[in-house]
Design a protein around this ligand. Structure first.
Ligand code: SF4
Length: 386
């Protein structure tokens, strides 16, 4: 008799670990990637250190299944790709796996995604069931980040938002045209953007309930998407849909996919997109303020804030004692905390030197120096540092 032993949950998690590096789970996605793919040997490799809103955490990144009926052109899990080992968990297996790791002090949360099998609704139910067991059988209160499948039902999204700290709806492209080129079976408005709209509607309808924040991910640079397209949509999502965070994942070719011969996106483009995205989200900038070139992209060589300052402040530096908060936030080297510290300090007395700024926690005043005037009306760039 042939006796075939099925791999246990931990063995499967180890085998899956390389697959889960394709999706960001925390606030510093660049740090989550490993470049030596498909060599996982230990459990530690399926645990990622991610930044969350409440600090650094060890997170289990897992998928309900690495099989998928869809054919997104860039994706390692697309249907028919024989080089991807397919693994599937039951909700019980995943929940007990998380419980074991959590009790052993190995992880402090989970990011759970999935390929799509038997449609989005059925797949989503597997994620919901897993989270339900985690929360209600194991009474786990730690961090859960759950993936939203395209075009799911209202009740499913609401339940996910009750169970999770964070949910992600990956838009992938910034328009239907870009999405068609990346993922031809997906509907941009109805299945993806509609989910983010619905999430915001759920938050508005249940203002006193603790519900998950929403994030999204774009695949950058495979299909001609421009920085302007990506950042314009990000801005709308921050302003109107209460988005917590947009992720920009530079395209990287995967063998045995239709995009295997395309060039990888320069990581510096990702970095510039994040810098610009934070200006929109945290610094009160408008999309029109960003320094786009005529092709709709930003210069790679220059931080977008510095590019703006070179254009507008180099010849007309701002008076540090009279600039408004929104103007202070235009100055390289000064962020929201620094701007608030300057406003407070101004009420107590004059700021006349770099040292005064450093005492306020502005660690690199030399970045600001070409663009500001101190109380003495001497351009700081011409003053001695100490
Ligand atoms: S639906 Fe998701 S997992 Fe499936 S091929 Fe598309 S991106 Fe990959």
């Amino acid at each position: 008799m042939l006796v075939q032993s099925l791999p246990d949950t931990m063995t499967k998690l180890v085998q899956m670990s390389d697959a889960t590096q394709f999706e960001p789970a925390g606030d510093q996605p660049q740090q989550e990637r490993r470049h030596a793919a498909y060599q996982s040997r230990s459990l530690d490799e399926c645990i990622t250190h991610v930044s969350t809103p409440t600090g650094k955490r060890k997170i289990l990144k897992a998928m309900v299944t690495t099989a998928c009926q869809m054919n997104c052109h860039y994706c390692p899990f697309r249907a028919g790709r024989s080089k991807m080992k397919r693994l599937t968990f039951t909700p019980d297996e995943l929940a007990s796996g998380l419980n074991t790791l959590q009790q052993a002090g190995k992880v402090e949360g989970m990011f759970l995604s999935s390929g799509i099998i038997k449609g989005s609704v059925t797949t989503q139910d597997k994620i919901i069931d897993t989270a339900d067991i985690v929360r209600n059988r194991y009474h786990y209160q730690g961090y859960l980040h759950l993936k939203v499948m395209p075009g799911i039902e209202y009740d499913q999204l609401y339940r996910l938002m009750q169970l999770a700290d964070r949910v992600s709806v990956n838009l992938e492209g910034p328009t239907q045209k870009r999405l068609d080129a990346l993922a031809p079976k997906k509907d941009f408005q109805r299945e993806l953007l509609g989910m983010l709209q619905l999430a915001e509607q759920i938050r508005q309808t249940h203002p006193y309930e603790k519900l998950a924040g929403t994030v999204t991910q774009f695949v950058v640079g495979a299909v001609g998407d421009t920085d302007q397209e990506l950042l314009s949509l990000s801005n709308t999502l921050y302003r109107k849909y209460g988005l917590t965070r947009a992720y920009y994942s530079g395209f990287s070719p995967v063998i045995q996919t239709p995009f295997e011969n395309l060039l990888a996106t320069d990581p510096l483009r990702e970095h510039r997109l994040y810098q610009a995205s934070f200006l929109l989200r945290d610094y009160g900038w408008n999309v029109e303020d960003l320094p786009f070139l005529t092709d709709g992209n930003m210069e790679l060589a220059l931080d977008p804030k510095r590019a703006w300052a070179e254009q507008y402040l180099r010849e007309a530096p701002l008076e540090i004692m009279t600039a408004r908060r929104d103007q202070l936030l235009r100055i390289p080297g000064i962020g929201p905390v620094g701007a608030d510290a300057i406003l407070k300090a101004r009420r107590r007395g004059k700021l006349t030197s770099f040292t005064d700024l450093q005492k306020l926690g502005i660690h690199a005043p030399e970045q600001a120096s070409p663009y500001i005037l101190l109380d003495s009306h001497t351009p700081i760039a011409q003053m001695k540092l100490f």
